[in-house]
Design a protein around this ligand. Structure first.
Ligand SMILES: Cc1ncc(COP(=O)(O)O)c(C=O)c1O
Length: 427
């Protein structure tokens, strides 16, 4: 094996982050510990002032979690990653590490409902304004940027509408204003379907609960730092300036290209405390080992389901980026492997009541708020993931009472089609 030849995704998903330890164990060990023995007081003091690397306390570091973080960073080609207890925690820590009270972020309107609420309510209550654009087009987001903007935020493929943003154009806009481009790449399946760093993103957040874990067995989120952004442009004194939490230490000068991910850990994770459990980090690593195999099959099954729905008389509209007439087709072809993802949205003929009957008639397809699971899932966004939005806000982002989001699992897709077919009889 050549030392210089980069390894493929499929190889990194099983080898990344693994180092033979003193036991020779080939599986990554789970370290269920809250704290670590300090060999001397001087060593402990060095750890606390960040002058020496090492484990302090599992809220900040854990060897199992570190292996998982290293694997994800390798898959994305980033300089470092930080694992958190959920995707929402990853977004919160990433955004609050960039913007403070009195500043703003600019975002696409096509966002997961939880992110929409975090941005428009919780961040607002912390004094950070989220300016939501009228669409995800670069020119619409650019109009909202001013001297107080500290990040541009989009989802690579939006939840639930599956719209694919023009990542390259958005990165160019962000950089022309001296701010980082942050992409929620949950639908990009941990970099396998889409790697936003290839297209100019500086920071990626990902709900690992979904395709990374892949089996619906743990919650998790991850922030990955591409190491590309210039923090020394004067807008980020908490990264390139004296750190209040570390006696004036300058994170940018001390940690160079890794300054942002270090900031997320040593300030964000330290202070907000949303760390994953070592066992969940282990489950994430295990999930990653089969990521490409699962995602390939799920993407293929999604295509079959989309074709089935399109030919069905009880389906009014199918949103599937793999169809040539879909508004996101060109962007999906450019930014997503296979030109598609693992989710299809459908709008049924009929009413809210008949949609409910349809959902409740499904036997195999699980009615849950989940995507990227090994079982196929149907979600009714208007009554679940996007319920907190007003009806007007729901309609503005394309959520109607008869809209359903379908995430294909690993079953034989013929059985899933049969299940949908019998449920249609109930409408
Ligand atoms: C695109 C996207 N981002 C973030 C999240 C939040 O992730 P979590 O549920 O792990 O907190 C979700 C959840 O569905 C999501 O779909």
């Amino acid at each position: 094996m050549s030392e210089n030849k980069p390894l493929h995704f499929e190889t990194l998903q099983v080898h990344g982050g693994y180092h033979v330890d003193h036991t020779g164990s080939r599986g990554v060990a789970i370290y269920p510990t809250a704290a670590y023995h300090f060999k001397t007081c001087e060593y402990a003091a060095n750890l606390f002032e960040l002058s020496e690397p090492g484990n302090i306390y599992t809220r900040l570091h854990n060897p199992t979690t570190a292996a998982y973080e290293e694997r994800v960073a390798a898959l994305y080609g980033g300089v470092g990653a930080l694992a958190l207890s959920s995707g929402m925690a990853a977004i919160l820590i990433a955004v609050t590490s960039l913007a403070s009270a009195g500043q703003n972020i600019v975002a696409s309107p096509y966002l997961y409902g939880g992110t929409f609420n975090q941005f428009t309510i919780s961040l607002r209550n912390l004094g950070i304004e989220c300016r939501m654009a009228g669409s995800d087009r670069a020119e619409d987001l650019e109009k909202l940027i001013d001297s107080n903007t500290r990040a541009l935020f989009v989802e690579s493929m939006s939840n639930p509408g599956c719209s694919v943003s023009d990542l390259e154009a958005l990165a160019a806009v962000a950089h022309s204003h001296g701010i980082p481009f942050v992409v929620d790449n949950t639908f990009g399946a941990c970099g396998y379907l889409c790697n936003p760093f290839r297209w100019g993103a500086d920071i990626v957040v990902d709900s690992a609960t979904k395709w990374t874990n892949g089996h619906g067995t743990a919650m998790g989120g991850i922030i990955v730092d591409g190491g590309t952004f210039d923090w020394g442009n004067g807008k980020y004194p908490a990264i390139d300036g004296p750190s209040e939490g570390y006696h004036g230490l300058n994170l940018h000068k001390t940690f160079g290209r890794s300054a942002f991910i270090v900031k997320c850990r040593v300030d964000g994770l330290r202070d907000f405390g949303c760390c994953p459990s070592p066992f969940d980090s282990y489950l994430m690593m295990l999930g990653l080992e089969t990521l490409s195999l699962r995602v390939r099959q799920e993407t293929e099954s999604t295509r079959r389901l989309a074709e089935f729905f399109r030919s069905h008389p009880k389906v009014k509209h199918v949103s599937y980026v793999g169809f040539e007439d879909d508004p996101s087709y060109a962007n999906a072809q450019k930014y997503f492997r296979f030109g598609a993802g693992g989710v299809v949205s459908i709008e049924l003929e009929g009413t809210l009541e008949s949609t409910v009957r349809f959902v409740e008639a499904l036997h195999l397809v699980a009615h849950m708020t989940m995507i990227g699971d090994s079982i196929s899932v149907v979600t009714h966004p208007a009554s679940t993931t996007h319920k907190q939005l007003s009806e007007a806000d729901q309609r503005a982002v394309g959520i109607t009472p008869t809209l359903l989001r379908v995430s294909a699992g690993l079953e034989c897709v013929d059985d899933i089609i049969d299940d949908f077919e019998q449920a249609f009889a109930h409408i």
